[in-house]
Design a protein around this ligand. Structure first.
Ligand code: SF4
Length: 596
């Protein structure tokens, strides 16, 4: 059986659905569509010329196809370290593809993880990456290997459809495997229902990538008559990417406020009574466009569990019909809400939903658990959260992480969970076998989560160079060295047990969510970063620009006085982010000047 992500919806009869609502013409004037919208419109539901281009001799796709391919879960990239070499060899570039698997709630099996590890070795660049949205990414896939890679991912009941592109992407959910806790089960159920209901239903994915194992025919497991091909998305899908998360007030481990849409579970008596619905979060900024900005989501309403999917659909359909399709820079939901105001947006959602919405409750985030280390899962068994630095699974001279994960998958076959902090949870471990698992990791040179510093544990970087085409600076390759230096500074000040987030990205698109972290480092121009301070681990506050255009080598020297100021003048139990927020940019800079 192929692809879990593209079937007709199955919904409880109690769920009010809006499937019959046609995409509105409000925002669809064809002459004003930006080129990506035009490409989607003419693609016949994301097919375009991908099938023909897959057969040509080129190692790359046309620009139009690269836009469409994102919806299929793949980005065309090139090895940016090797551009000069490519030119010297008379080549354009060394092209390859990133293939992202959509994994709702980061929930997969050991067998599925093993399949991805096999793929990275056999058809990729020998590495696998856990993303900041609980997905997996393969890198370095050559064009003629794309079809077998995507087919093999589907053959283990995973999918890449909708992992990228202008539609609902991977729905995040708290990954903690609390076996006897109905709350976590209900949240995962909602995650699965949202995933299924808002999945694209085009036949193109299956027709292009999936071949029947016996007769070589293309396998068709989704789709239907033309008029219902995309009842929610229509021909042009959404104006921009759309991110959704399901989380808890006391454990905001999915960073709800950074999502276009989030459901914050409100629990009473050990059950989910309903959800506060948050709308309009989004981190990405276009450096050249001052009209762009990061935003945290705002509270829209309270919904009961059986209303959640229909309200999600209403929000998606309002964005579909009124999101900006002329200028992609301001096409995310946050700009629509900014332009209309929350009340007008709520009124439109109510119109689409067909009834008034209940105001949200006062509940808000109070905690963030990264689920790392040994934990009880509620049924006598344990789970182990392994910190994967920046999500990269690789064997190198320092450690054989990939080999260790293979052994754990084989010797502890069970459910695996991926976290939004790019780490892995191994579940269902008998307490007696704890040492056995630790030994596998230690023998491979992999530091146990307990052995890494607090600052490294709470750090996160996007991929950036050499594969991301938008990267301005290093990120994944730079952050470990910066953390090395920070560890020294923090130890000197006896701040090494303080918990705060350090997030780095190679450009302002902000894939690793730097704008709500305690310390955000964002690539601004070649080799230089903007340093942000004053966010916090809870994820409910944006940080501010502390210093701009800081060279990579100056990042830690720039932070050193701030840390000293924090050490000397913090209030009891005050976090770094709260301290910086209380002081503000000017006072921090003033102190730093004197400190120097
Ligand atoms: Fe690429 Fe920018 Fe995203 Fe980093 S933040 S992965 S550099 S787009």
């Amino acid at each position: 059986m192929y692809g879990a992500g593209n079937r007709y919806v199955r919904v409880a009869p109690s769920v009010l659905l809006l499937l019959s609502r046609e995409p509105s013409k409000n925002n669809m004037s064809e002459e004003n569509l930006n080129p990506v919208e035009q490409t989607k419109l003419e693609s016949h539901y994301l097919q375009g010329t991908i099938p023909a281009e897959l057969k040509d001799e080129n190692p790359f796709f046309s620009k139009e196809s690269t836009h469409l391919l994102k919806h299929h879960g793949t980005y065309q990239q090139d090895h940016r370290d090797l551009r000069k070499e490519a030119r010297a060899m008379g080549r354009d570039k060394y092209y390859s593809f990133m293939v992202r698997t959509r994994i709702p709630g980061g929930k997969l099996t050991s067998r599925q993880l093993l399949a991805e590890l096999d793929l990275c070795d056999e058809l990729g660049d020998t590495t696998l990456r856990v993303t900041s949205r609980q997905g997996l990414q393969l890198h370095g896939i050559l064009k003629d290997r794309l079809q077998p890679v995507i087919e093999r991912i589907n053959s283990v009941q995973l999918t890449t459809l909708g992992a990228c592109g202008d539609l609902q992407r991977n729905v995040m959910c708290c990954p903690a495997p609390h076996r006897n806790d109905p709350v976590h089960q209900e949240m995962q159920n909602l995650t699965d229902a949202l995933t299924e209901h808002l999945a694209p239903r085009t036949k193109s994915y299956h027709q292009i990538w999936l071949t029947h194992p016996e007769n070589g025919e293309k396998e068709l497991v989704g789709g239907g008559p033309d008029e219902v091909i995309e009842p929610i998305y229509g021909k042009t899908y959404l104006p921009r990417k759309f991110k959704t998360a399901v989380g808890l007030p006391d454990d905001n481990c999915v960073d709800m406020y950074t999502n276009d849409l989030a459901f914050m579970a409100i629990c009473v008596g050990g059950r989910v009574e309903g959800y506060n619905v948050l709308v309009g979060g989004g981190m990405g900024v276009t450096p050249t466009a001052v009209k762009t900005f990061p935003a945290l989501a705002k509270k829209l309403a309270f919904v009961t569990p059986d209303q959640a999917v229909a309200v999600a659909e209403a929000v998606v359909c309002v964005q579909r019909d009124f999101g900006n399709r002329e200028d992609r820079k301001v096409a995310r939901l946050k700009y629509l809400i900014h332009n209309w105001g929350l009340d007008a947006f709520r009124a439109k959602v109510e119109e689409y939903y067909g009834r008034a919405l209940t105001p949200p409750t006062a509940a808000d985030v109070t905690g963030f658990d990264d689920h790392i280390g040994w934990r009880e899962q509620g049924d006598g068994l344990l789970y182990y959260g392994l910190n994967i630095e920046n999500g990269r699974i690789v064997d190198n001279e320092k450690m054989k992480l990939k080999s260790a994960l293979r052994r754990i998958c084989r010797e502890f076959p069970s459910e695996i969970r991926l976290t939004s902090h790019q780490s892995i949870l191994f579940t269902d471990i008998v307490p007696d076998r704890r040492l056995e698992l630790e030994t596998i990791l230690r023998d491979a040179g992999v530091p146990l989560s307990e052995d890494i510093s607090t600052v490294r544990r709470w750090s996160m970087a996007c991929v950036a160079w050499p594969t991301c085409g938008l990267a301005i600076t290093e990120s994944e390759r730079a952050l470990p060295g910066i953390i090395d230096q920070l560890e020294v500074e923090l130890a000197k000040l006896a701040l090494d047990r303080d918990e705060f987030t350090v997030r780095m990205t190679g450009c302002p698109n902000a894939c690793a969510r730097p704008y709500n972290s305690d310390i955000g480092l964002v690539g601004k121009t070649l080799g230089k970063y903007t340093v942000y301070l004053g966010g916090r681990r809870l994820g409910d506050r944006l940080n501010f620009v502390y210093k701009d255009l800081v060279a990579a080598d100056d990042i830690v020297p720039t932070l050193r006085p701030v840390l000293a100021f924090f050490k000397s003048q913090r209030e009891p139990n005050e976090t770094l982010g709260d301290f910086c927020f209380r002081q503000g940019q000017e006072k921090l800079a003033e102190f730093s000047e004197k400190f120097r």
